[in-house]
Design a protein around this ligand. Structure first.
Ligand SMILES: Nc1ncnc2c1ncn2[C@@H]1O[C@H](COP(=O)(O)OP(=O)(O)O)[C@@H](O)[C@H]1O
Ligand SMILES: Nc1ccn([C@H]2C[C@H](O)[C@@H](COP(=O)(O)OP(=O)(O)O)O2)c(=O)n1
Length: 226
């Protein structure tokens, strides 16, 4: 009996503001592959837990929340930002704040919460291929992925990018606060016991400090099509 080859996956992991979301979207478009924004899942669970008034350190309650929260991605018309629907509510705006990022990072350190989201993430692996953006895509969720990238950039540059991005979206932030929040979040993500932020042994490291978006896209595409 003939078995079909596994669906190819390109994993793009890295710290906050390294460009994962932007590069994943552009590369997925060029390849015609699907996209998994795994950070949005953790943000959605953090948001749902907050909305339900849960204590984010209550592992049992937050795990039940992760198991029961309904998360849908809805393509927006005219190439707009993909909407994230949490328990029927369009939470896209709420999810992009640094408060939502910090809540996501907090609940993401609970092993049973991570476990509750595994099957959902594996379900995104469908033909013709998948670009998966996150922290543990290449190490834990898709360890057999044939293509793996780890994006980095200096903390100062990442904070500047995030500052510009949030300002453009009309959110009120200061650069100094952002940089300390980003460093605190990265430290927590990298030091947790389960699925910490780190490059897979077989990942291609791309330091994007001083690189333009187009150059990073070309470098990442070259990993898939050398
Ligand atoms: N190489 C780059 N050069 C300059 N700006 C970038 C680069 N990559 C991403 N950006 C910008 O930085 C911001 C954060 O990028 P994003 O993709 O959201 O990062 P991440 O998903 O890793 O947190 C966005 O506004 C994006 O347009
Ligand atoms: N695969 C993933 C993705 C995100 N997380 C956690 C840790 C991150 O700080 C938060 C938010 O992730 P997200 O990718 O949306 O954040 P950034 O856009 O990189 O700032 O979720 C995770 O633990 N594992």
């Amino acid at each position: 009996m003939q078995t079909s080859p596994p669906v190819p996956v390109l994993t793009i992991d890295g710290p906050s503001g390294s460009g994962k979301g932007t590069i994943s979207r552009l590369v997925a478009e060029q390849l015609g592959w699907r996209l998994l924004d795994s950070g949005a899942l953790y943000r959605a669970v953090g948001y749902a837990a907050g909305a339900a008034g849960l204590d984010l350190s209550d592992a049992d309650a937050v795990t039940r929340c992760a198991e029961t929260t309904r998360i849908q991605f809805r393509a927006a018309p005219n190439d707009g930002e993909t909407r994230v629907i949490v328990n029927g509510h369009d939470a896209t705006e709420e999810l992009r704040t640094e408060t939502a990022g910090a809540a996501a990072s907090a609940i993401a350190s609970i092993p049973s919460v991570r476990k509750a989201l595994v099957d959902l993430q594996l379900g995104f692996r469908r033909p013709p291929g998948l670009v998966a953006d996150g922290r543990d895509m290449g190490t834990v969720i898709f360890p057999d992925a044939p293509f793996k990238v780890f994006l980095t950039a200096s903390a100062a540059e990442r904070a500047k990018r995030r500052y510009k991005q949030l300002k453009e979206k009309g959110l009120s932030v200061t650069l100094a606060t952002l940089q300390s929040e980003i460093v605190a979040r990265d430290t927590r993500d990298a030091s947790r016991a389960v699925a910490p932020l780190k490059p897979a042994n077989d990942a291609v490291l791309v330091d994007t400090t001083g690189m333009g978006i187009e150059d990073v896209v070309a470098k990442v595409l070259a990993v898939v099509k050398p």
